[in-house]
Ligand binder design. Structure first.
Ligand code: DGY
Length: 323
């Protein structure tokens, strides 16, 4: 049988691209320039599978490609809000993602943001690199204590729970969470976490609020002006999930007004654009969507796409089927 033809929309780690060449008749993207909408549409007409990432907007228009050849979207990533799942389903296209392998990396990054913003690490590094450091002094760049404080997790899936583990066991934090679909009581007890019925109840008590819910239509602007105003004065917001869970304009107002102490962000509403006001705010740590960006993790993510695709083309159930 001919090898399936696959279009890979971005550059992947070398080791995985080698494997891709062995398994498929593959069209890689060595220049790593994102495909525009018409190139994506063309990929669905010419390939048996499209291996996509968060930077591809796979909307109903792209999925209306005629003739349609692709039967599989292998998403390199766990979040799939950039894919119109209903349209994929309507066209009989299977979608897979890469859960589990990026849980630790993303949880580590959420803790990195939390620590960086609390301890004013971005400010300190900028000052030092600019040659502005005059030496140690008792009142220099005093930050906020993390250990023993209260962390509120909105979303308590794999990544939220991995953050809970780090916060509880590494930093002796009290951990609250809100999730409409919580894990079992045993898992919650093992993590020493406390459920909150509502987001508002969590916001009233948390010194740090970290977002780990999916980017669904219901969660769009979940952190809006009203909810930001309900955070404790002096609290910090951490977002390593998806940009549109936070109303970025409302966040900027809350930060500028001193309603909250700071924010640590890895994701933005209109990536790769970052709202310019954020760039000049000292109490904000800004990272360029690095959640899963570890060599080991990115290789595992790629291999997971291949595992799913190999199962699919062998006529078996892909282990990480989303639809
Ligand atoms: C993920 O896996 O969701 C990362 O954010 C990249 O898409």
């Amino acid at each position: 049988m001919d090898r399936p033809r696959v279009v890979v929309t971005r550059r992947w780690p070398d080791a995985v691209e080698d494997r891709l060449r062995e398994l498929f008749e593959v069209e890689l993207n060595p220049r790593d320039v994102p495909l525009d909408q018409s190139a994506l549409r063309e990929a669905f007409s010419s390939a048996d599978a499209v291996f996509a990432t968060v930077t591809d907007r796979i909307d109903a228009q792209v999925l209306s490609a005629e003739p349609l050849k692709a039967r599989l979207i292998g998403n390199f990533g766990v979040g799939f809000n950039h894919i119109d799942i209903a349209a994929a389903k309507a066209r009989g296209i299977v979608v897979t993602n890469t859960p589990d392998v990026l849980t630790a990396a993303t949880a580590d990054l959420a803790m990195t943001l939390l620590l960086m913003v609390a301890r004013r690490c971005g400010e300190g590094e900028r000052e030092l690199r600019a040659g502005g450091w005059s030496g140690w002094r008792p009142t220099h760049l005093m930050g906020t204590q993390v250990s023993g404080k209260t962390l509120g997790l909105i979303g308590f899936g794999r990544i939220g729970r991995a953050v809970a583990r780090r916060a509880r066991h590494g930093f002796d934090m009290r951990v609250l969470f809100h999730d409409p679909f919580p894990p079992g009581a045993e898992q919650i007890r093992a993590l020493g976490a406390e459920p909150c019925e509502t987001v508002e109840a969590l916001l009233a008590s948390a010194d740090f609020v970290s977002l780990h819910c999916p980017a669904s239509p219901e969660n769009r602007h979940l952190m809006n002006a009203e909810r930001l105003a309900r955070m404790k004065p002096g609290a910090f917001l951490i977002n390593s999930a998806r940009g549109d869970i936070v109303d970025e304009a409302a966040l900027i107002e809350a930060l500028a007004a001193g309603g909250i102490a700071g924010a640590g962000l890895d994701v933005y509403e209109a990536e790769p654009r970052v709202t310019p006001e954020l760039m000049s705010m000292e109490n904000v740590v800004l990272l360029p969507h690095l959640g899963s960006a570890m060599r080991e993790t990115r290789v595992s993510m790629g291999l997971k796409v291949l595992e799913n695709a190999s199962a699919f083309f062998a006529g078996e159930a892909p282990p990480d089927r989303v639809v």
